[in-house]
Ligand binder design. Structure first.
Ligand SMILES: *[C@@H]1O[C@H](CO)[C@@H](O)[C@H](O)[C@H]1NC(C)=O
Ligand SMILES: CC(=O)N[C@H]1CO[C@H](CO)[C@@H](O)[C@@H]1O
Length: 295
């Protein structure tokens, strides 16, 4: 009997504590809040009939109110966070409410993927529509100009960059919202670059090697291919492929050239001009061989 009444008493206390716990609600209660919107967080205590309470808010930002309403007149991403409140009257205070997560979504931005500083005529280009803080939201996208390639996806493909000065915009659509159009993204397309090849030396010393450097003066993301011809008349052979650094060391004479490529499908620069590399020793042994044969 005594056990049962203690149990019921504890349960009652627990219930009482629970009902005294405030909750944070959002008005209007949209699942997504965007930059620039006006919203209000409200601290509610179940069963409070007009009692004059004082409130505290967490995080304690500048000008956090002491009233039950936390008004945000112009939402920005910096208001994103987890909010709790508690109420006080005379010398009684409630516990902190459960945290309420507020996420303020930014504006959409068009970015280049990967973010290369320059794009060249003939290259395949990927644009992406990104929304700051928009992780997890179920968006569909719209693009200007419209494209049959990617009508509602966050990525937009331009199969072969041609025009210079083309302009693109995107916006995102959620269940209850549509964002404003992004700022304009201007795609500037340049002429295909030429790789340039420089040799550390044109003569390979006996038993040594020479360094060749392949480079492209504009943009980034390049990988390098190397070709060698044994003589003027023979065909070029690919000797190195997809080297991340444009420097190789060679110990064979020949005509060397290089090119750079990037992307998928690979976009190649023009071939570099050819550089002749001589090898000492080989020539001497050639002569020696002929001499011994003659002897
Ligand atoms: C570059 O050289 C390679 C090897 O000779 C050749 O296969 C390729 O077509 C050349 N590329 C261009 C753009 O001329
Ligand atoms: C001048 C001369 O005899 N040259 C020969 C040297 O040897 C090579 C190959 O062994 C021949 O192709 C050259 O004709």
């Amino acid at each position: 009997q005594a056990y049962a009444s203690t149990f019921i008493l504890l349960l009652l206390i627990k219930l009482l504590i629970k009902t005294e716990l405030p909750t944070v609600t959002l008005q209007p209660n949209w699942p997504q809040i965007f930059r620039g919107e006006k919203v209000t967080l409200r601290c509610e205590i179940h069963g409070n009939r007009g009692a004059q309470l004082k409130y505290e808010w967490k995080p304690d930002k500048q000008n956090s109110p002491t009233s039950s309403e936390y008004r945000i007149n112009t939402a920005t991403e910096s208001y994103s966070g987890e909010y709790s409140c508690r109420a006080r009257r005379d010398y009684q205070i409630t516990d902190w409410s459960d945290a309420f997560r507020l996420t303020v979504e930014g504006e959409p931005i068009v970015t280049l993927q990967p973010n290369w500083p320059q794009i060249f005529r003939g290259e395949k280009v990927t644009l992406r529509c990104e929304i700051h803080g928009g992780g997890g939201a179920q968006w569909t996208y719209e693009w200007r100009p419209t494209s049959s390639n990617s009508p509602t996806s966050s990525e937009y493909w331009i199969n072969t960059a041609t025009e210079s000065g083309d302009r693109y915009w995107c916006r995102a659509r959620g269940d209850y919202h549509i964002t404003a159009w992004s700022d304009v993204f201007r795609l500037t397309v340049r002429d295909k670059p030429t790789a340039s090849l420089t040799a550390g030396d044109e003569i390979i010393p006996l038993g040594g090697s020479v360094t060749l450097t392949c480079s492209v003066s504009s943009s980034t993301g390049w990988k390098f291919d190397w070709f060698r011809q044994k003589s003027e008349s023979s065909g070029a052979q690919l000797i190195r492929n997809n080297e991340p650094h444009g420097v190789i060391s060679i110990s064979e004479g020949g005509l060397y050239s290089c090119r750079a490529g990037r992307g998928d499908p690979v976009f190649y620069t023009e071939n570099s001009s050819k550089v002749t590399i001589y090898k000492t020793g080989e020539f001497r042994s050639l002569l020696l061989n002929n001499k011994t044969r003659q002897v």
